[in-house]
Design a binder for this molecule. Structure first.
Ligand code: CA
Length: 161
């Protein structure tokens, strides 16, 4: 069963979320601060992290950035207050997988967790272009380029474009 780490500084919210998730069959880990959350995530490697944005001292952004910098691949759902539209975008750019605006119903929470878990299990799509030094490989066109020159990697045709 998937493990979910809750990083949330409001004790009441933490308890409600924990009870709901446990009822649904998840194993739940709790952290009441960003610092604790970070330490718990590094130690326990949960599948999903529900990360509150507004935390004292270390914000959800910072926690998210540090988790990704430490190579933690857990699926991160950022929890924001209703009017934090811009923050949401910043969160996704920092490596969050999804966001959820407060207040939300348990039903919404479960469906988001299931959705990120499903997405997380899909095989990673290959990048369309790979670059190394002067070379670029256009994967779906089978073209290897060196600056403006190209060579087809299957038929060996060469050209300039
Ligand atoms: Ca909070």
């Amino acid at each position: 069963m998937s493990r979910v780490l809750l990083i949330e500084d409001e004790p009441e919210m933490l308890m409600i979320l924990r009870d709901n998730l446990e009822c649904e069959g998840y194993q739940v880990l709790l952290a009441e601060s960003g610092e604790l959350g970070l330490a718990t995530a590094l130690r326990e490697r949960p599948e999903v992290i529900l990360l509150d944005l507004m935390l004292p001292r270390m914000s959800g952004y910072e926690v998210c950035r540090k988790l990704r910098a430490a190579g933690i691949r857990s699926l991160i759902i950022m929890v924001t207050a209703r009017n934090q539209e811009l923050d949401r975008v910043a969160g996704l750019e920092l490596g969050a997988d999804d966001y959820l605006a407060k207040p939300f119903s348990p039903k919404i929470l479960f469906s988001r967790i299931k959705a990120v878990l499903r997405r997380g299990r899909e095989p990673q799509k290959l990048a369309k272009t790979l670059s190394f030094g002067d070379f670029t490989l256009e994967v779906d066109r089978y073209l290897l380029r060196k600056r403006d020159k190209y060579k087809c990697v299957t038929c060996e045709a060469t050209g300039i474009s």
